[in-house]
Design a protein around this ligand. Sequence first.
Ligand code: ADP
Ligand code: MG
Ligand code: ZN
Length: 612
Amino acid sequence: MKEHKNGWQQLAIFGGICMALLLIFNVFIVPSIKEAQVKETNYSYFMKKVDEGEVKKVQIEENIIKFETENDDGSKQIYSTVRIYDPDLVERLYNKGKNDIDFTGSIEEINPFAEFFVSWILPLIFLLVLWNVLMKGMSKRMGGNSMSFGKSNAKIYVKAQTGKTFADVAGQDEAKEALVEIVDFLHNPKKYAEIGANLPKGALLVGPPGTGKTLLAQAVAGEADVPFFSISGSEFVEMFVGMGAAKVRDLFKQANEKAPCIVFIDEIDTIGKKRDGSLNGNDEREQTLNQLLTEMDGFDGKKGVVILAATNRPESLDPALLRPGRFDRRIPAELPDLQGREAILKVHAQKVKTEDDIDYNAIARATAGASGAELANIINEGALRAVRSGRNKVNQSDLEESVEVVIAGYERKNAVISQKEKEIIAYHEIGHALVAAMQQDSAPVHKITIIPRTSGALGYTMQVDEGEKFLMSKEEALARIATLTGGRSAEELIFHTCTSGASNDIEKATKIARSMVTCYGMSDKFDMVALETVNNQYLGGDTSLACSQETSAQIDIEVNNIIKTAHEKAIKILSENAEKLHELAGFLLEKETITCEEFMDNLGKKTINALQ
Ligand code: ADP
Ligand code: MG
Ligand code: ZN
C-alpha cells in the first residue's frame, strides 16, 4: 500500500465528502427550513381569510392549497391547508376577494438561480473555506505544507547558506576535529578509500544544553560542499500514527538521491528513546525509531550519507541506535574550560564594538561552569548595558556587571531594606568572605556586595579561582562548606539569632557534603562505595540512591557531621577575627560593594602574609 496519499487524492476524497454533505443538506435540511415558513391551518380559517379579503395569492395543488395573506400593516404569511372538495371555491375567490387574488405562479417565489446558488454553491464555498482554514492550522502545527503528509519537511541547506563556519565555534576543539574529518571525507572520498577506511555512518553530538551542538552542525553545513538536511526530532512526531515512520523513509529517500550529503537530526532523544517494552509504550514513537534503525542500516556507507545527531540525554537513547554501524562516533561537546570560555567570549565580542583593553581572561575566570550560550548572552547583556549608559563601546565594567546579571539577575536599585536588615546582610556577606580568606584551600574573594538582585539574592560574595580547576580535593570541599556556613555563623555570633537569608547557602553546602559522602568517596565511614547514581548527567544531574534504607540513614548522619564540623570551624574563625568582622562589615555597609583589593587592604598585610 502507498503510505502517503498525494494532494489530489485527498482533494478527491474531500470533494466526495462535500457532495454527500450537500445532498444531505438539500434533501433533509432545506425542505424543513422551507416548511418552517409555511404555517399549517384548517380549511375554515382559509375561508375566513378569503371572506375578510386578506388573501393575496392562492396556489391550488392536488391535495393541498397554499395561500398567502397580507395584513393591513403589510406583513405577509404563507399558510397551507388540506384541499377539500369545494366546487364553488374559484367562484367564491372571485367574488369575495376584495382585491384581485393572484392564482398564477408558485407562492414561494424564489428565483431558481438564487435557489441553486443558496443551496449548492454557497455551502460549497463555505466548506472550501473551512477546509483551507483547517489545513492551514494543521500544517502550522506540523510545520509543513498541508498537502504533504508523510513528507519529511527537512530543510535543505547548501554551502554557506547557514552563514556559520567552524570559525564561529570557539573551544570545542575535539568536536571540531572530528567533524572536520567527516567534511573532508565527503570532499575527498578517494583519499580514504585508497587505504580502505570507511566513512563513519553517523556521529552523535552529546553535551549539556547551550554548548554549541546545534551551532557545530550549522558550521558543518556551512563548510561542506554537499547538501545538508536539517530536521529536528520533534518534527517526526505527528498527529497521525505511522506518519513519523513515513517521514523517516522520505527523509532517507531524499538523502539517498542527493548523496553525498549530511543529514542532521537535532534533539534526537525525542524519537530515539529506549524501547522499554512496557505495555503503555508509545507505539508511534517506536515505529518511528524502528524505521530510523532500519534506514540507518540500509544505506551504503560508501555512497556518502552521513548522519549527525545531537542530544543532551544520551543515556536515554536506545542502545540499538548507539551501536557502531549506526552512530559510530560520539562527539562530546562539554562545558567550555577557561581557555574555551575566553575564546567563546572573543568570538562573540567580535560582533559588538568593544574597547581595546578588555581582559577577557578575567571574565572567563569569573564564569566557571557557564555554557557557550550563557557566554554569548553575557556579551550581549554587556552591549545592552553600554547602550543604556549612553556609550558606543562595550567596556570591562559592562562585561563584569553582565556576568553578575547572568549569575544573580539585575540590581534592584530601589528595593527598600531597613537599616537593621542591611546590617545583618553585611555581616552575613563579610562572614562568608572572612571564612574564605582565612582558609588555605578556598578561592580568593573577588567581590562582595549587598546590593539586592532580581533573583532574590540580597547580597553575595563572589569567589574567583586563579586558574581552571578540574579536581576538587577533600580539603577544598570542606573549606567550601565552611565558607558557605560563614554567613549564618556571623549572624549567630553578632546578632545571636539566625535568619532565612542562609537558605541558599544551606542548600549548596548540603549538596556538596552529600556528594562527598555518596559520590566522591570522601567519608571515612563508607570509603569508596558509590551510594548514588547520576541519572542525567547533562541536565541538572539529579541522582538516585542506590543503597539500603539503613545506609541511607547513616548517610544523613554523616552529611550532618560534615556540616556541623564546618559550621563550628566557621564560628571559630569568625570569633577569632571578630574585630576584622566589625571593621569590614562597617566598611561594606558604607560602600555597598567591596572589590578584592579593598578587601585585602582592609584585612591588612599581616594577615595576608600569614596566609601565604
Ligand atoms: P546546543 O548545544 O544546546 O544545541 P546551541 O548550539 O544552540 O546549543 O548554542 C546556542 C548558542 O550559544 C549559539 O548560537 C552560540 O551563539 C552560543 N555558543 C554555544 N557554544 C558556542 C561555542 N563553542 N562557540 C561560540 N558560540 C557558542
Ligand atoms: Mg541545540
Ligand atoms: Zn550567604
